[in-house]
Each structure stands twice: as structure tokens, then as C-alpha cells.
Design a protein around this ligand. Structure first.
Ligand SMILES: *Cc1c(COP(=O)(O)O)cnc(C)c1O
Length: 391
């Protein structure tokens, strides 16, 4: 099949026509259980009536005007994010990479405005993912992603995820901030102890660094808290979110506390589309649901159920190992007798969508509205997909 699409993806030959809740129906009329959520995006599943209504109503009023004028929906969105977090202000953008870019600019400018223009370097972690722009590629230092795109942007020093001593050793007089994911999503649902994150906070304070967390994948309820850093009971300085925030409408946001916000002033950053009336209506509709009574507790409950059921499946198949994650951000490790993508493909054949991640991990990240019955249905397909693999 020839395509006019630039060949940056090698998509499966499936297209979807309709989505309802956790289900997607292909153009060929085949029904799929969506346990990938468009990579942790479709937080409310598909065609959620509240989200659909909000977008339809806003489209009929005014879709876009610029940040040169006040946008009440964006003001409300920012205020709600502030009310439910460490932050005192929010910059709205359109994607995860942009949210991270905004945070990188904030941490540099913070140091510069505070008399330390020489502090421009950011410590990042191996196995991280922060997006596909040049700065975010430079931050994550993933060899495969960087190939052919050199030179990278200067100013990133990398240490092992979860190793506090190595991180402390990497701090110099030029360090501005630490950038880290609470759980590494693309890297393979890699997990560090809450104590590690608490100590990162202490370390940042000790050396005058900002703690910048990339919650593009973990944020907006994915782990059963609005933000995953809440599990470690810490207050970051800057947080990037996107994916789940718009429930499928492209929205990103960079949250900053008062200290970090003080570095920014009119003209220091901008975005044509960021937080326009449509995007803000979508994100506000998502927050209406995610912040609703018992919603996050339910994500914790269904997440725990998913993990326990997945552990049972893991023990049935020799090649499956560790089940890890938090809330509905769950991964299962395959040993090297199989390739994760082959299992994902076998699931697709049976009508189950999952997503591969680094470290030969399969991500099982259903919409946050998934029920236990739907988890049973999906995992039965997963179990079946695993038959015939391994020894
Ligand atoms: C997906 C992701 C990004 C990039 O988001 P885009 O919207 O694709 O730019 C950045 N950081 C993390 C942790 C992500 O999971």
C-alpha cells in the first residue's frame, strides 16, 4: 500500500471508524477492546457523552481566538489545575513535548533571573522519554531517537533512573534542574521508590535546583491520583502534562509553582493555539469527570484488579515476568524468548489493543473508565494471545 504520509510510523493495517467507551470498531466492522487508549490519551474512553457535548457546544460558539485576548475557559482550566496541585500558574500548549519544552525554558530562565545564567544544565535519566523535539530528544538521549539528528542541544547530563548517589554526583555549578518522570512510561513502566523522589526534592533544595517532573503520561488520573508525584507526597516546582488532559483533543500544559512562575513575564513564551477555547473546553470536560466523586479511587481499585489478574496470567506463561505500574498505567515484562510487539500483534488479531514499551514490556493502559468486567474480557484475550509463545 502506498501512502502520502511521511514514513515515520509503520502502522498496523487497521483503521477505526467508531469508538464507544473502551471499544473501537474498525472500518471492516471488527470490534476491538482498546487497552492502549491511543497511548494513555483517551482517559474517558471513546465518545464520552460529556466530552462530546462540551466540544460540540464550544465548536458552535467559538473555536479559536488567540492568547492576545482573555480566554475564560483557559482561565478556569488553569485555576482548577492550580486548585488541585502544587502549582500557582499554568501555561497551556498542545502536546507533551511542548509542555516539556516550556518547563525547560522555565528552569533555565529561573536560574538566569536569579543571578545564575551559568546554571543552564538539566539532569535527566536513562530510559526516559520526553518527546520528539530537538530539546526533548537532547534531554532523553535515546540513541535510536537521536540518530541522524545531531548536533543535539547542549545542557543535559544523564544518570541512572532511581540512583540517588549517581544523581548527586552529577550536580555541578552549572546545574539548573532535575527532569524526571515519576514512572517511566515509554521506557517500560520503570518504577522508583517514593523515598527516592522525596530525596530528589531534598537534593534539589540543597543545591538550589528546580525539580521538574514529566507527567505527560502519568498525570491526570492515570495512576489513580491526579498527579503521580502525589504518591511520593512531594511538591515539585514544575510539571508537564498532556496525553490524558484533553481526553483525545490535543492539549498540553506546564504547571509551575510561585517560585518558578516568577521567572516568566509577558513575551517570554507563547503558543498560537495553546489553551484556545476548544482545547480548554475539552480539558475542562475531562476534569469534570476525573475530579468527580470517587473517580480517582475507582482508578486505584480497577488498577489493582488489573494488576492482580495480570499477575495470574503471568504465572501461567513462562515468558511473562514482572507486572508493574500504578493505577491504570500497567506493564508486563517479557523475557528474551519473545518480542513484545509479537504479543501485541497477536492481541490485535484477537481484538485487543495494547502498546509495546522499552525493556520488552507490554503496556496495558485502558481508558480510566474501564470496568472490572471489561478488564476480565481484555485479559482473557491477552491470555489467549500469549498461547503459543514461549517454551
Ligand atoms: C508521550 C510523552 C511525551 C511527548 O508527548 P507528545 O504529545 O507526543 O509530544 C513526553 N513525555 C512523556 C513522559 C510522554 O509519555
Amino acid at each position: 500500500m502506498t501512502s502520502a504520509i511521511m514514513p515515520t510510523y509503520a502502522p498496523a493495517d487497521i483503521a477505526f471508524e467508531q469508538g464507544d467507551g473502551v471499544y473501537l470498531t474498525s472500518t471492516e466492522g471488527k470490534k476491538y477492546l482498546d487497552f492502549g487508549s491511543g497511548i494513555a490519551v483517551s482517559a474517558l474512553g471513546h465518545s464520552h457523552p460529556h466530552l462530546v457535548q462540551a466540544i460540540q457546544e464550544q465548536a458552535g460558539k467559538v473555536m479559536h481566538y488567540s492568547n492576545l485576548y482573555r480566554i475564560p475557559g483557559q482561565e478556569r482550566l488553569a485555576q482548577r489545575l492550580v486548585d488541585h496541585s502544587f502549582a500557582s500558574s499554568v501555561f497551556c500548549c498542545n502536546s507533551g513535548a511542548e509542555a516539556v519544552e516550556c518547563g525547560l525554558k522555565i528552569v533555565r530562565r529561573f536560574q538566569s533571573e536569579n543571578g545564575h545564567p551559568e546554571k543552564y544544565r538539566v539532569i535527566t535519566c536513562t530510559g526516559s522519554f520526553h518527546g520528539r523535539t530537538l530539546a526533548t530528544l537532547s534531554a532523553a538521549k535515546n540513541e535510536k531517537h537521536m540518530a541522524g539528528f545531531s548536533p543535539m542541544l547542549d545542557g543535559f547530563d544523564q544518570v541512572a533512573f532511581g540512583n540517588l548517589n549517581e544523581l548527586r554526583d552529577a550536580i555541578t555549578d552549572e546545574t539548573a534542574a532535575i527532569l524526571i518522570e515519576p514512572i517511566q512510561g515509554e521506557g517500560g513502566i520503570n518504577y522508583a521508590e517514593p523515598d527516592y523522589f522525596k530525596r530528589l526534592r531534598e537534593t534539589a533544595d540543597e543545591f538550589g535546583l528546580l525539580l521538574f517532573m514529566d507527567e505527560v503520561q502519568t498525570g491526570i488520573g492515570r495512576t489513580g491520583k491526579l498527579f503521580a508525584h502525589e504518591w511520593a507526597e512531594l511538591q515539585p516546582d514544575v510539571v508537564a502534562v498532556a496525553k490524558g488532559l484533553g481526553g483525545g483533543f490535543p492539549v498540553g500544559a506546564c504547571l509551575a509553582n510561585e517560585k518558578a512562575t516568577s521567572a516568566m513575564a509577558p513575551g517570554t513564551h507563547g503558543s498560537t493555539y495553546g489553551g484556545n477555547p476548544m482545547a480548554s473546553a475539552a480539558a475542562n470536560a475531562v476534569l469534570d469527570i476525573v475530579l468527580g466523586d470517587g473517580f480517582l479511587e475507582n482508578v486505584q481499585k480497577t488498577g489493582a484488579y488489573l494488576r492482580s489478574q495480570l499477575e495470574a496470567i503471568s504465572s501461567k506463561h513462562d515468558f511473562l515476568g514482572d507486572v508493574r505500574g500504578q493505577g491504570l498505567l500497567v506493564g508486563i515484562v517479557c523475557d528474551d524468548s519473545v518480542v513484545n510487539l509479537d504479543i501485541v500483534k497477536a492481541g490485535e488479531e484477537l481484538g485487543l489493543l495494547t502498546v509495546p514499551a522499552g525493556g520488552n514490556v507490554i503496556r496495558i493502559i485502558p481508558p480510566l473508565i474501564v470496568t472490572e468486567a471489561e478488564i476480565d474480557e481484555g485479559l482473557a484475550l491477552f491470555d489467549q494471545a500469549c498461547e503459543g509463545f514461549g517454551g
